[in-house]
Design a protein around this ligand. Structure first.
Ligand code: GLY
Ligand code: MN
Ligand code: MN
Length: 444
């Protein structure tokens, strides 16, 4: 299994600590277990920031980083080994494992945190934490601070600054290392295979969930624990619902099906959308819309390179889509005026992409100092233009209604432009039709 090597977690902690102010401490909690319903838990997914700094996969754990501390800079609070609980729920690293397998300098039982952590915080000037995102943890943090305050008359020194960790950490997460790109390429490869499998399996009379099952099969076979987000399998008019997740409608001859799905490998997401005909052959209208979206995506790729800013790719998609809609008679008027008035938003109502990484909509600022962020090598993002023509849209001729097309790929910014991580799935009309025809010929 391709995964982030242990040494990289150590490098990340060091890099973060090097940016922290002198005499400070950072504290991060693991994700909580979420209850699904009585006695059933949601599949556990570690918090992305916590995972980024530790690779530690268990709940009920807290990372403490104390740059410059002579007795160890990285302390992990985690669950103790417990033969009975491990018999029921699975193995735990315990404190020994935290040090041996996860590089902690020291480790303590999570049940001792209230006794130990105030003593670690005391005397440090600044506390870095993800303030505001986890109210329960924020409350704990204030309790620990109050323990120190209550001892002020004995000379205890509570910290006097609380700093949001996100600025430092999320900026680090925005730039992907070689190891991260390797994992993301693997997630992309498996997801590409899943999309191909769904194209090959499609037949009128199957259901949207039949195709979702094909995706899940490839994801799990490839070693992914779960999709990076709820898979969207939207046939016919459902393709016009941007975040459709019902996935239970029948696939009809003549429908397009839009699949937006990607798996997660070692907590790194992929995010791919392909749109293709259930029958294996695009109708003239479907093809016309598809070609506009594809051209928009190509135009966007050309605007992704170091020194180009975040919005240039989006602007390129807006131009190509507006021109295309005018050419097809779906919009009327002067292209410049239609862009200025955002008339295209009736059919293209989302942005051309987002940062991609441990979170499918990854962290990182899109603007810096009020200006669009300039792209740099190692940033990863999606490129996903779309056109959606509502099934009841009386402003257009009937033949166009209910067509929804999105095409989405994942890219990394390189020295000379960008590398498409998800090029393993066919994308041109000819290539999709050929792949689907071959699958049918084989099945016949
Ligand atoms: N799958 C969600 C997105 O494309 O942003
Ligand atoms: Mn996306
Ligand atoms: Mn997507």
């Amino acid at each position: 299994m391709i995964h982030i090597p242990k040494a990289e977690y150590g490098r990340r902690r060091k890099a973060l600590m090097a940016q922290m102010e002198p005499n400070s401490i950072a504290i991060l909690p693991a994700a909580a277990v979420a209850i699904r319903n009585r006695d059933v838990e949601h599949v556990y997914r570690q918090d992305s920031d916590f995972q980024y700094l530790s690779g530690f996969p268990e709940p009920q754990a807290v990372i403490v980083l104390m740059p410059g501390r002579a007795h160890g800079e990285y302390i992990l609070f985690c669950r103790e080994r417990n033969a009975e609980r491990e018999l029921w729920d699975g193995l735990r690293a315990g404190q020994e494992g935290a040090i041996r397998d996860y590089g902690a300098d020291d480790a303590f039982p999570i049940t001792d945190i209230d006794d130990i952590l105030p003593g670690l915080i005391e005397g440090r000037d600044r506390v870095y934490s993800a303030m505001g995102s986890n109210p329960e943890f924020d409350r704990h943090l204030m309790e620990w601070i109050n323990v120190i305050r209550s001892k002020a008359n004995l000379g205890a020194q509570p910290p006097n600054e609380f700093v949001a960790l996100d600025h430092l950490l999320h900026d680090m997460r925005l730039y992907k290392s070689a190891a991260e790109l390797k994992v993301m390429r693997e997630a992309a490869r498996i997801s590409a295979q899943a999309h191909i499998r769904a194209m090959q399996a499609a037949r009128p009379g199957l259901y949207e969930y039949s195709l979702e099952a094909e995706l899940d099969y490839e994801f799990r076979k490839g070693g992914a624990k779960m999709p990076a987000y709820g898979s969207i399998v939207a046939a016919g008019r459902n393709s016009c619902i941007l975040h459709y997740q019902q996935n239970d409608a029948v696939l009809k001859d003549g429908d397009l099906v839009l699949i937006d799905a990607g798996c997660e490998i070692d907590c790194y997401a992929s995010d791919i959308t392909r749109t293709w005909p259930v029958s294996g052959k695009f109708s003239p209208e479907q093809k016309a819309i598809y070609e506009v979206v594809l051209a928009a995506q190509e135009a966007a790729f050309a605007e992704i390179a170091p020194d180009k800013h975040w919005n240039q790719a989006h602007e390129a998609t807006v131009r190509v889509i507006t021109e295309g809609l005018v050419r097809l008679g779906l919009l009327e008027g002067d292209v410049e005026a239609l862009i200025a008035s955002e008339a295209y938003r009736a059919f293209y109502m989302h942005r051309a992409g987002h940062w991609l990484g441990m979170d499918v909509h990854d962290v990182g600022e899109y603007r810096v100092g009020g200006e669009w962020r300039v792209l740099e090598v190692g940033m990863t993002l999606t490129v996903e233009p779309g056109i959606y023509i509502g099934p009841n849209d009386r402003s257009v001729a009937k033949k166009w209604r209910g067509i929804g097309v999105r095409i989405e790929d994942d890219v990394v910014v390189t020295k000379t432009g960008c590398e498409i991580l998800t090029r393993g799935v066919p994308k041109t009309v000819a290539d999709i039709e050929a792949l689907m025809a071959a699958a049918r010929a084989q099945a016949a």
